[in-house]
Design a protein around this ligand. Structure first.
Ligand SMILES: NC(=O)c1ccc[n+]([C@@H]2O[C@H](COP(=O)([O-])OP(=O)(O)OC[C@H]3O[C@@H](n4cnc5c(N)ncnc54)[C@H](O)[C@@H]3O)[C@@H](O)[C@H]2O)c1
Ligand SMILES: O=C(O)C[C@H](O)C(=O)O
Ligand SMILES: [Mg+2]
Length: 604
C-alpha cells in the first residue's frame, strides 16, 4: 500500500526518479500475516485478496472462497449506500447525516483503500459527510459514537512523556499532521477531546484532494481539559474531565508535543486547526519560524477569502487593482476574520506600494471596532478604524452591524463570526443599497446552522444580482425567473491541501507568507472570466484534485524562489529549480497517492 508514495513512481521529464513506470502497482511490504492483516485497514482488501496472496499471507480459510474485484467491492458499497439513502428518506436530517457518516466510517475503519476510492470518486456527495457540516455533528456526539480510536491522543497527563509516546504511532513515516486542542470546533465552541473529528476530516481531505498517502497522515488531539460544562458533567465524556490548562502550563505542553513531533518526523508539515483565538495567533507566532507549520483557520481561510474577494472585483467588471477601493465589512474579529484582514491589507500594500488605508471595517460582538475601543486585542488593533473617519459617515465606536451596512454601503459583507443568522432580513435588505453592481455576501461560518445567513435568504432579501459564498455547502437557489443563484463554497478546503502538499514536496523548513500568498493567487486566477461572470469564484469540489495540484505547484515554486526549499527524496533543490511551471504541476500530480490494491509482500 506504499504505492505511488513520494520518491517512488515520480516521473517528470528530465527528473525521472521512477522505480518503475509500469501501471502495475508497486508491491507493499507488510510485517504481519493472517487475521492481523484482515484487521488492519491499511492493508485489508476484504474479499479482494487474490488466491495467490491468500496463500502467501496465510489467509486461506479466513475468507469466503469467492474473490471479489475492487470494482465489484466498490459497486457493492455504493449499492448499500444508495439503499441507506432510500431507507432513511424523510427521516430527521441529523439522523440521516449520522447514518451516512456511520456507513462511511465503518468502511474507513475496515478497508482504507476502498474507503478513499469511494471518497475520491464521490467527493461532492461525501465531503459534506466526512467534512463540514456533518463532521460538526459527529464531534458533538463523539463520545457516544466512539467505536475505534483514530490518530493520536495526548493529554495533560502525558507531560514529560510525549517524546516516548510519539513512538507508539505504528507508521514509520508521517507527512501531514493536523493538530487541535478542541477549544474552538467550527462555530460550535469548546468540544474538548471530541474535536478529534476535525483533524480526521481535514486529513481525509488531504488524502482525497492532495493525494497524501493515508498511511502517512496523523490526526492529533491534544486534550488539555475542557471548559464546556456539559462535557465536564457527562459521565460518558471520553476526555479529561477537568478545566483547560492555561498560561505557561498550556504552552509548555504544546511546546513538548511540537518538539516530540519534530524529533520523530522532522520533515512533516503540521497544520494547527480550530484552536481558540487566544492561542491560535500566539502558537502561530511561536512556532512558524521554528517548525514547518501553519494555522489553517488564520492562514488557509485568509487565502481562500482573498481569492474570493479578488473574484468579486472581477465580477464587477473592474480591474484587479480596484481591490484597493472595495468597501469590505468583516464580521468577526477572531482568528479567521483577522487572518483575512491581514492578508487583504498585505494585498493592498502590494498593489499600491504604500501602507494605504483601505475601506475595510471590522465588527466583533461589541460592534464596529474603532481607535476609541479600549482593551482591543493587539492582533485586532491595526484594523481599528480611525474614529474621525467613521464619524464622518455617521458611525461611532461600537456601531451595530445594521447601522454599519446602511452607512458604509459595502461592496462585500463577509461573516466569520460563528453566529448563525446574524445577517438577518434587515441586514440583507440593507445590502440592496450597496455601492456595488454585484454586492457580495460571504456567510463563511460553519457548520450550516452557524452560517451568518442561508443562501436562499441572501438571494431573497439582498436581491438576484448578489454573489454568494458560504463556508458550508448550500444548494444553488432557484431565483424563479429562469435564473439560478449560484452558491460558492468559500471554505479553506480549497487551499490547505495544496499548501500542505506543496510545502511537503518542496522540503521547505517553514511555511512562508510568500508561499501562502502564491496559494491564494493561484486559486484566484484558476477561475475563467466566464465562470466569474456567472458568480463562480471557486472551482467545483469535483475538481479539487486539479486545483490542489496547481496550488501545490505554486507553493512549491515559491519555496524554490525564496530559497527555503530543500527538496524531497532524490529530488533536490537543484532539480526543483530546473522544473518549468508545467513540469512542477506534473511533478506534484505524479506524487499524489491514488487508491489501488498493491500486491502485499510479507517480511518478518
Ligand atoms: N469557511 C471557512 O473556511 C472558515 C475558516 C475558518 C473559520 N470559519 C468559521 O468562522 C467562525 C469563526 O472562527 P474563528 O476562528 O475566527 O473564531 P473566533 O472565536 O476566533 O472569533 C469569533 C469572532 O466573532 C465575534 N463575534 C461573536 N459574536 C458576534 C456578533 N454577535 N457579532 C459580531 N461578531 C461576533 C467575536 O467577537 C470574535 O471576534 C467559525 O464558525 C468557523 O467555523 C470558517
Ligand atoms: O472546517 C471547516 O470546514 C473550515 C474551517 O476550518 C472552520 O474551522 O470552520
Ligand atoms: Mg478550522
Amino acid at each position: 500500500m506504499w504505492r505511488r508514495t513520494l520518491a517512488r513512481s515520480v516521473t517528470v521529464r528530465r527528473f525521472s526518479i521512477a522505480a518503475s513506470t509500469s501501471s502495475i502497482p508497486s508491491p507493499c511490504i507488510v510485517h504481519k500475516r493472517g487475521a492481523d492483516i484482515l484487521h488492519d485497514p491499511w492493508f485489508n482488501k476484504d474479499t479482494g485478496f487474490p488466491m495467490t496472496e491468500r496463500d502467501r499471507l496465510g489467509l486461506r480459510g479466513l475468507l469466503p472462497p469467492r474473490v471479489i474485484s475492487f470494482e465489484q467491492q466498490y459497486e457493492r458499497f455504493m449499492d448499500s449506500y444508495r439503499s441507506l439513502e432510500k431507507n432513511t428518506a424523510g427521516q430527521p436530517e441529523n439522523n440521516v447525516a449520522l447514518a451516512k457518516w456511520r456507513i462511511l466510517n465503518r468502511l474507513h475503519d475496515r478497508n482504507e483503500t476502498l474507503y478513499y476510492k469511494v471518497l475520491i470518486d464521490n467527493i461532492k456527495d461525501f465531503a459534506p459527510i466526512i467534512y463540514t457540516p456533518t463532521v460538526g455533528l459527529v464531534c458533538q456526539n463523539y463520545s457516544g459514537l466512539f467505536r475505534r480510536p483514530r490518530g493520536m491522543y495526548f493529554s495533560a497527563k502525558d507531560k514529560g512523556e510525549m517524546m516516548s509516546i510519539i513512538y507508539n504511532w505504528p507508521a514509520p513515516e508521517v507527512d501531514m499532521v493536523v493538530l487541535t486542542d478542541g477549544s474552538r470546533i467550527l462555530g460550535l465552541g469548546d468540544l474538548g477531546v471530541q474535536g478529534i473529528g476535525i483533524p480526521i476530516g481535514k486529513l481525509d481531505m488531504y488524502v482525497a484532494a492532495a493525494g497524501i498517502n493515508p498511511q502517512r497522515v496523523l490526526p492529533i488531539m491534544l486534550d488539555v481539559g475542557t471548559n464546556n460544562e456539559k462535557l465536564l458533567e457527562d459521565r460518558l465524556y471520553l476526555g479529561l474531565r477537568e478545566r483547560r490548562l492555561e498560561g505557561e502550563e498550556y504552552i509548555s505542553i504544546v511546546d513538548e508535543l511540537m518538539e516530540a513531533l519534530h524529533t520523530r518526523w522532522p520533515k512533516a508539515v503540521i497544520q494547527f486547526e480550530d484552536f481558540q483565538f487566544k492561542w491560535a495567533f500566539e502558537t502561530l507566532q511561536r512556532y512558524r519560524k521554528k517548525y514547518c507549520m501553519f494555522n489553517d483557520d488564520i492562514q488557509g481561510t485568509a487565502g481562500v477569502a482573498l481569492a474570493g474577494l479578488l473574484g468579486v472585483v472581477r465580477a464587477q467588471g473592474r480591474p484587479l487593482l480596484d481591490f484597493v477601493n472595495q468597501k469590505i465589512v468583516v464580521v468577526g474579529a477572531g482568528s479567521a476574520g483577522l487572518g483575512v484582514l491581514n492578508m487583504a491589507y498585505q494585498a493592498v500594500s502590494r498593489m499600491t506600494g504604500t501602507t494605504a488605508n483601505p475601506q475595510f471595517y471590522l465588527i466583533d460582538k461589541n460592534g464596529l471596532i474603532t481607535t476609541e475601543r479600549s482593551g482591543v486585542d493587539p492582533s485586532a488593533a491595526p484594523f481599528a478604524k480611525a474614529i474621525g473617519e467613521v464619524q464622518r459617515i455617521g458611525l461611532q465606536e461600537g456601531s451595530d452591524l445594521l447601522e454599519v451596512v446602511k452607512k458604509v454601503k459595502p461592496h462585500v459583507l463577509l461573516g466569520l463570526s460563528g453566529v448563525g443568522g446574524i445577517f438577518n432580513e434587515q441586514v440583507l435588505k440593507a445590502m440592496r443599497d450597496s455601492d456595488s453592481p454585484k454586492p457580495a455576501i460571504f456567510a463563511m461560518s460553519n457548520p450550516t446552522d452557524n452560517a451568518e445567513c442561508t443562501a436562499a435568504d441572501a438571494f431573497k432579501h439582498a436581491g438576484d444580482n448578489i454573489v454568494f459564498g458560504s463556508g458550508s455547502p448550500f444548494q444553488n437557489v432557484d431565483l424563479e425567473n429562469g435564473k439560478i443563484g449560484y452558491v460558492n463554497q468559500a471554505n479553506n478546503m480549497y487551499l490547505f491541501p495544496g499548501i500542505g502538499l506543496g510545502t511537503l514536496l518542496s522540503g521547505a523548513r517553514i511555511v512562508s507568507d510568500g508561499m501562502l500568498q502564491a496559494a491564494s493567487e493561484c486559486l484566484a486566477s484558476y477561475m475563467t472570466e466566464e465562470e466569474i461572470q456567472k458568480g463562480k469564484f471557486y472551482p467545483s469540489i469535483g475538481s479539487i484534485r486539479n486545483i490542489t495540484a496547481e496550488v501545490g505547484a505554486a507553493v512549491l515554486r515559491t519555496a524554490v524562489i525564496e530559497e527555503v526549499a530543500e527538496g524531497r527524496g532524490d529530488v533536490g533543490p537543484k532539480e526543483l529549480t530546473n522544473m518549468s511551471k508545467e513540469e512542477t504541476v506534473e511533478y506534484v500530480t505524479s506524487n499524489m497517492w491514488y487508491p489501488v490494491y498493491s500486491p502485499l509482500v510479507h517480511e518478518k
